[in-house]
Unconditional design. Structure first.
Length: 401
């Protein structure tokens, strides 16, 4: 993968009255390992309208102290809001010049009253005419450190159009803000970004990640616990973006070609709400993720009316994996479907040529279960894309058709 994940960490703020150091754990198989210790004396929520959730200053300080040591003479936040990230930079680096841009006039006015020494302008980074003539945009040309907590949502829009160094592409609104901010300010020391987890894994932002990685390396600092932003029901990630392209390391996987397992990867296509129960000649077995337990126990799937022809039909020896939702270890088993079966759009099937191959495939996946979970991502529900699953299978010795 193009970004670095040096042991996924989970960051959480302690309770308001607690000053204890809290070790945070992550399950790895059936064991727990201590990955990160968060020492924050109090929790501070900041929530405003327009679906905006701002990073607590104490958390931002902790991240800067750990990940961006040294000095930052000029710190820029292109969606500064209440100024929490800039305040954290000011506390950590002391002599830094804080520069902020935001489309909310009230927010900028409040920040000017509170921090008269900061350079602040009203403008929107996604609209050239809005920001190009601002004092903040011009002063930010000397940027050492870029700080971002971009907007996560975009209403009913699934994507936005954005231009990055002459390339026209679609991305999420969060990624669009990251792209334009990197393009405008070109931070000498890099950027610290609090963003929805999907910017690292979604297919929508794949092109944007490609262009960023042509100039920068992307590193995951850690996952932010859901409680970090009160009222926000998304998974957030702290990201470090550093100048320079990261060298591509060779895979640590040593599975030989002789041990590879040939599978045909099939994605289900039938939405559950379209599946209508039925029997007789016009019906076909139908499997959804909720049926996996029954299948493992040897029960037969329910039947649905065939209707229009759909992709995602399989038969024979298979291993089924959920596309949406974390797969359960006990349900990753070799199965035999005796007749053509329609898969729901929440399932993948690894189709094998024999029972022995299916058994071997299931065993290999279960043996690497904790690593499999790492590819299930998403700002809301966890999911995996065809490409992410295919890449994972290739890494672990599968030959995928």
């Amino acid at each position: 993968m193009g970004w670095e994940q040096s042991g996924m960490r989970s960051l959480i703020l302690n309770s308001p009255k607690s000053s204890l150091t809290t070790p945070l754990k992550r399950k790895e198989g059936h064991q727990e390992s201590e990955l990160f210790t968060s020492t924050i004396s109090r929790r501070r929520w900041v929530e405003v309208d327009l679906d905006r959730y701002y990073t607590p200053i104490s958390l931002a300080e902790e991240l800067l102290l750990k990940e961006f040591r040294g000095e930052a003479c000029v710190a820029v936040d292109s969606t500064c809001g209440t100024g929490n990230l800039l305040a954290a930079a000011s506390n950590v680096y002391r002599e830094t010049q804080c520069i902020g841009l935001d489309r909310d006039r009230n927010a900028i006015s409040a920040l000017r009253r509170k921090n008269p020494g900061w350079i602040l302008s009203v403008g929107e980074i996604l609209k050239d005419r809005s920001y190009k003539s601002t004092l903040a945009a011009n002063a930010g040309a000397r940027c050492d450190l870029l700080l971002l907590n971009p907007p996560f949502s975009q209403g009913n829009q699934k994507s936005v159009q954005v231009t990055y160094e002459g390339h026209h592409l679609k991305s999420s609104i969060a990624m669009a803000n990251i792209l334009k901010s990197l393009e405008l300010f070109k931070p000498k020391n890099g950027a610290m970004v609090i963003a929805p987890e999907s910017v690292l894994f979604s297919e929508l932002d794949a092109a944007a990640r490609h262009y960023i990685e042509s100039r920068y390396s992307i590193h995951i600092i850690g996952e932010l616990h859901n409680e970090t932003f009160r009222g926000a029901r998304v998974r957030s990630t702290a990201i470090k973006i550093l100048p320079g392209v990261k060298a591509k390391g060779s895979s640590v996987n040593t599975i030989s070609v002789a041990d590879s397992i040939k599978v045909n990867l099939v994605r289900g296509s039938m939405p559950v709400h379209f599946a209508k129960s039925g029997r007789g000649r016009d019906s076909i077995p139908f499997v959804h993720s909720t049926d996996l337990k029954d299948l493992v126990l040897g029960q037969q799937p329910s039947s649905i009316k065939i209707g229009a022809s759909r992709n995602g039909r399989v038969s024979g020896h298979v291993v089924l994996l959920t596309r949406v939702g974390i797969p359960k270890l006990d349900f990753i088993q070799p199965l035999e479907l005796h007749e053509e079966t329609q898969l729901s759009d929440c399932l993948f099937a690894l189709c094998c040529s024999s029972k022995t191959k299916a058994i071997t495939a299931a065993r290999r996946i279960r043996a690497n279960y904790s690593n499999l979970l790492d590819i299930y991502r998403g700002t809301g529900a966890r999911y995996v894309t065809v490409q992410r699953l295919k890449n994972w299978l290739l890494e672990y010795g599968f030959e995928v058709n």
